[in-house]
Design a protein around this ligand. Structure first.
Ligand code: SAM
Length: 425
């Protein structure tokens, strides 16, 4: 495959495409990637490539003449090949894996024209361009990054560039699904283990697990892609199985709520780290780097307010249940509590990463409600960040009602919190 990139910045583009897998493939003669300076083809002394737009307006437009002369030169040099001239443009069809497959299969030469400034003279596009490709619905300064993306995606499908065709046929977007999760050493990291099946060495079982994960993650991460996916009989059976698995509670051992103990330190600190990662990933500006920490748990423990949820031997969740008035809850900035009675407040609640989606969060709130009742109280309160959608969904499901906002001392983070209340029967 020959790729010609017509650009005002040939050195920069070449530097990124002549390395790693593509660089090695070029050395083996499988690819021929050339970056050509458009400016070398101007017919004016100043080597000017752009000029003011007719009709006025900002910026400059690249002139048709140097682009056409540059295009003619690379076509003449390449000779008669199955060629496609592509202009990288925010107005083109959005690039995807199907387009990369088509370009890799149908052509021997791609000429990728990179615009700059305000774009290129429309008459060049009309006369010389076969197809316009966009990297997405946003505007870049120039077409170079888009040209590099197209080159990379197309070239890795050229036979011999990757060690095996399976390297790309098993990847995301090949058949409308996302790839299964990948793991490497160590076997346990941050308390999270590599799934046992991947360590067992049974190829058939691994292949089945992977296919199921591909279906699951496409369903979860890209529902719009999943809707378009047409499953065969085996995939349809797996999809039915996934739906059944999900409706079934997976807590197979007894779930117990007990007071936190000093020996729970490692497990609770891990829960906090997992909680912080989760919040960061979901852009919730809630827990800081140091809060909550073991010192907070020690204070909870001293007051008899710290609790863990265990599943068998494993510590699966932590929460603090405060059975005393909380100064931050004294007044809502824009609402009113339903009852003016002694209440309980949940703080620092977190469920371990592997227990998400198992119903453990519900069990934790049930346990907190029970502790409040046992203390002779009938009102449970909790606050959460306005962007913590998972927590808000859980509270809604558990019958909590939004009462207004409170302001807390958040150590440099957003101090606003939405306050919820549940009146206990
Ligand atoms: C600032 S842009 C010009 C945008 C143009 N004035 C418009 O509004 O359609 C300059 C050049 O960047 C490239 N470019 C910008 N956004 C792109 C995208 N989303 N995909 C591919 N190329 C893009 C094009 O080659 C374009 O000529």
């Amino acid at each position: 495959m020959r790729i010609d990139i017509l650009t005002l910045f040939p050195e920069a583009v070449a530097a990124s495409l002549k390395i790693s897998i593509l660089g090695r493939a070029e050395k083996k003669g499988l690819l021929d990637i050339r970056c050509t300076q458009i400016r070398d083809y101007t017919d004016n002394k100043q080597m000017q490539v752009d000029d003011y737009p007719y009709g006025g307006g900002w910026g400059c437009v690249m002139m048709a003449q140097p682009l056409k002369a540059c295009l003619d030169a690379v076509c003449a040099d390449a000779g008669p090949l199955r060629r496609r001239v592509i202009y990288l443009s925010p107005q083109g069809k959005t690039f995807d894996q199907a387009a990369a497959r088509r370009l890799a299969a149908d052509y021997d030469q791609l000429v990728l024209v990179c615009g700059h400034y305000e774009g290129v003279d429309e008459r060049f596009i009309q006369q010389c361009v076969d197809e316009e490709i966009s990297l997405g619905d946003f505007v870049l300064t120039g077409g170079e990054i888009a040209a590099m993306a197209v080159t990379d995606a197309v070239c890795r499908m050229i036979p011999g560039v990757l060690s095996d065709a399976e390297c790309f046929t098993g990847e995301s977007h090949w058949d409308g699904l996302l790839e299964y999760p990948q793991y490497t050493r160590p076997e346990v990291w941050e308390g999270l283990s590599v799934p046992e099946i991947l360590r067992g060495g049974n190829d058939a079982q691994i292949a089945r697990w992977r296919r199921k994960k591909m279906l699951e993650r496409t369903m979860d991460k890209r529902p719009e892609l999943f809707e378009k996916f047409v499953p065969d009989e085996a995939d349809a059976a797996m999809i039915a199985e996934i739906r059944k698995d999900r409706s079934r509670l997976q807590l197979t051992q007894p779930v117990v709520c007990r007071a936190v103990r000093p020996e729970d330190r490692e497990a609770v600190e891990l829960l906090f780290r997992q909680g912080r990662n989760y919040l960061r990933k979901h852009r919730v500006d809630q827990w800081s780097d140091n809060y909550p920490g073991w010192e907070d748990v020690q204070e909870d423990m001293a007051r008899g307010e710290g609790f863990v949820m265990t599943h068998g031997e494993q510590v699966a969740a932590y929460f603090c249940l405060q059975l005393r008035d909380d100064p931050y809850y004294a007044a809502l900035t824009d609402g009113k509590w339903r009852q003016d009675v002694p209440y309980g407040v949940i703080h620092r609640s977190v469920v371990g990463a592997e227990y998400r989606g198992t119903g453990m969060s519900d069990r934790m709130l049930e346990a907190a409600e029970e502790l409040v009742r046992k203390a002779g109280r009938c009102d449970l309160r909790v606050d959460t960040h306005r962007h913590n959608e998972a927590m808000k969904a859980l509270l809604k499901r558990r019958g909590f009602q939004y009462r207004g906002n409170i302001l807390i001392d958040a150590g440099g983070h957003d101090p606003r919190r939405q306050a919820f209340e549940k009146v206990l029967k």
